[in-house]
Design a protein around this ligand. Structure first.
Ligand code: CP
Length: 323
């Protein structure tokens, strides 16, 4: 991938493999790059806990362009830039931008990169981030493209496993719920195949993990199991990664109603789980994790959400040559 323009080469530039790069897919990350980003993210965590902010990205501007709703991804990218001393052009409501007048994605990208040093894009169409990156002279980060990928979420998910459990190898990881439309589980699975893990995919038939993702798991020689019954596997897993059934992706609402509450993680289910396991969720949740579980120390989803900021601080610093 060609290195893009990020201004004059910084004095402390290090060839970290990310400088001037787009972040479009988890396929860009091997174990070395994952270790690097997790080390920087850990440092960002220490920095925020000790000092709150730094001036690493002073003078840099992020264009935060969201064509789909977001709370965490959007605000954590903004917080990341602000905590590193940079500034943000926030476009969370494209209906108030020239997109409403019919401006194309390439023209919107060309406009924003005239003002900013890095662009974050969330878009409802699979492949939109890759398309936008072809037109962008500045680094572009995929913040979710339809049912395709959500690479920064997968990075923060994996970082949470590392920080909470201290390892990834030998873990048994169950993914539960909407494995068809949930882009986070597609991306996370493709990252996890870099490690010695076993998978369990728990979903209704109509929301099964897509074949192309299962093929990656097979190709990399991982054991996996497919089931509809979370009770069968709960006592045996180290990570229970729960997802929301994505109502917005259904065209038949009767079908949505049939599967929406099939899995609910509650205190009774948690009583059957290992003492050392963690429950994760990319959030937002609807009904799939009961509020009573929030008090359980194994509930990792709020830590996971906070880790999103450290990972995004690391990525912004890395692509701008300051990590
Ligand atoms: N996990 C996640 O992507 O959340 P948001 O949709 O709120 O950004």
């Amino acid at each position: 991938m060609a290195t893009k323009r990020v201004g004059n080469l910084p004095a402390d530039y290090a060839n970290n493999g990310f400088y001037g790069q787009d972040i479009l897919s988890v396929n860009q990350f091997d174990k070395g790059k994952l270790d690097y980003i997790f080390r920087v993210a850990h440092e960002m965590r220490v920095l925020v806990e000790r000092f709150g902010s730094a001036d690493l990205l002073q003078g840099k501007i992020l264009a935060n362009l969201f064509y789909e709703p977001s709370t965490r991804t959007s605000s954590s990218f903004m917080a990341s830039m602000l905590r590193l001393g940079g500034q943000v052009i926030p476009i969370n409501n494209v209906q108030y931008s020239s997109v409403t007048k019919g401006e194309s994605l390439p023209d919107t990208i060309r406009t924003l990169e005239s003002y900013a040093d890095v662009i974050v894009l969330r878009h409802p169409e699979v492949g939109a981030a890759a398309t936008a990156a072809r037109y962008a002279q500045k680094p572009l980060i995929n913040a979710g493209d339809g049912v395709g990928e959500h690479p920064t979420q997968a990075l923060l998910d994996l970082f949470t496993i590392v920080e909470d459990l201290g390892k990834v190898d030998t873990l048994k990881i169950a993914m539960v719920g909407d494995l068809k439309y949930g882009r986070t589980v597609h991306s996370l699975t493709k990252l996890l195949v870099n490690y010695d893990v076993e998978f369990v995919f728990v979903s209704p038939d109509i929301l099964a993990m897509p074949d192309d993702v299962l093929e990656v798991v097979r190709e990399r020689g991982h054991k996996f199991r497919v089931t509809q019954d979370v009770h069968e596997v709960i006592g045996d897993v180290d990570v229970l990664y729960v997802t929301r059934v994505q109502k917005e992706r259904f065209s038949d609402m009767a079908q949505y109603d049939r599967v929406r509450d099939q899995y609910v993680v509650d205190e009774a289910l948690m009583a059957k789980a290992k003492r050392e396991m963690i429950v994760m969720h990319p959030l937002p949740r609807v009904n799939e994790i009961s509020y009573a579980v929030d008090e359980d120390p194994r509930a990792a989803y709020f830590r996971q959400m906070r880790n999103g900021m450290y990972i995004r601080m690391a990525l912004l610093a890395a692509v701008l040559g300051k990590a």
